[in-house]
Design a protein around this ligand. Structure first.
Ligand SMILES: Nc1nc(=O)c2c([nH]1)NC[C@@H]1CN(c3ccc(C(=O)N[C@@H](CCC(=O)O)C(=O)O)cc3)CN21
Ligand SMILES: CC(C)C(=O)C(=O)O
Ligand SMILES: [Mg+2]
Length: 312
């Protein structure tokens, strides 16, 4: 069992640079001998130290794309840490993936905070970003600062994310000034779906200039990265080259500095139609359904529990 809490709490998470290879500032390294066993794929980079914003910046400088996944609970957060995912997003997509709402609009700060706390309690190395829910920051820069502070204090997040471009630059600037790193989010911003006319690609044609202005405004306001969702690949590529800070794509083509997916989409836990930008790397829905059916069959046949599951 690789997930003993002892190895986690004593992990090299202090940010000390000494335990890593000298020639790179990447948060990755070879697995050390004393560490718990890694999966068979030893070419997979392993996180060796706590991921900081400067690491993401440095990866952009080296042209090294990095992955980001959502996480909402302890087991998945630990698995993704062990898989070498440097940034975990506790997305307001939890509205859909955890709570079963139809959109991300209904989820509240009170519903998000326990999920953020679960993830930050469970990992030592990934940078954990908390997504600010609809209605918790739009009112004013002051409201944004207050909500961001709750996610840092109560959720122990390392950064926050909020949706919006030029119109939210003052909010981003205020939150950054309060000491909280901010990830921006432009293009299709799900919290504004009713303003955007549904789930559709943003920034086609002349609207591309607006998107570039949004990205630059967020960078000028101090954002450390910008998510671009459902944006034409050519615009995303141009923004990625124009920005000094990393871009994180979801449906924004191959040239972004990073890519993000909702983990249940990535792992095929969600059933039914998925957005075009999703690639399913596993069939967890099939695996879990089969497991539940096998358990049910065993119970009905009285073949579970067997002797080895029974106390005498
Ligand atoms: N499970 C899940 N995955 C997500 O990516 C996600 C959430 N939930 N919840 C919050 C938002 C909502 N997002 C969504 C939801 C739907 C589409 C979608 O239906 N896209 C279609 C239509 C595109 C078009 O018509 O142009 C697609 O095929 O991509 C896209 C993004 C992204 N986020
Ligand atoms: C899809 C990502 C970027 C997100 O905002 C979320 O998961 O809520
Ligand atoms: Mg979100």
């Amino acid at each position: 069992m690789s997930h003993d809490d002892t190895s986690r709490s004593t992990a090299a998470d202090s940010g000390a640079e000494s335990s890593t290879t000298a020639e790179t500032t990447a948060p990755y390294g070879e697995p050390a001998g004393h560490q718990h066993a890694q999966p068979d794929d030893t070419t997979q980079p392993v996180l060796r130290k706590r991921v900081r914003i400067h690491h993401l910046q440095e990866m952009k400088g080296r042209g090294e794309p990095w992955p980001m996944l959502t996480a909402y609970d302890t087991y998945t957060a630990r698995l993704f840490e062990d898989a070498g995912i440097p940034v975990l997003l506790v997305g307001d997509s939890a509205a859909n993936t955890v709570y079963g709402y139809e959109s991300s609009l209904p989820i509240t700060v009170e519903e998000m905070l326990p999920l953020v706390r679960a993830v930050t309690r469970s990992v030592t190395k990934p940078l954990v970003v908390a997504d600010l829910p609809f209605g918790s920051y739009q009112g004013s820069p002051e409201q944004a600062v207050a909500t961001a502070a709750r996610f840092m204090k109560e959720g122990r997040a390392h950064a926050v994310k909020l949706e919006g471009g030029r119109r939210y630059a003052s909010h981003v600037e205020a939150v950054t000034a309060s000491g909280v790193p901010v990830m921006g989010h432009i293009g299709f911003t799900p919290q504004s779906e009713h303003n955007l006319g549904g789930y559709r690609v943003q920034g086609r044609g002349s609207a591309g200039d607006g998107l570039i202005a949004d990205a630059l405004a967020l960078q000028d306001a101090g954002a450390f990265a910008v998510v671009m969702e459902m944006v034409p690949a050519e615009i995303a590529k141009q923004i990625t080259h124009e920005l000094a800070i990393p871009t994180v794509g979801i449906g924004a083509g191959p040239d972004c500095d990073a890519q993000v997916l909702v983990w249940q989409d990535m792992a095929g836990l969600r059933t039914g139609r998925v957005p075009r930008f999703v690639k399913q790397y596993a069939d967890l829905a099939g695996a879990l359904t089969d497991a539940a059916k096998a358990f049910a069959d065993d119970v009905r046949e009285r073949s579970f529990p067997a002797a080895e599951h029974t106390f005498h």
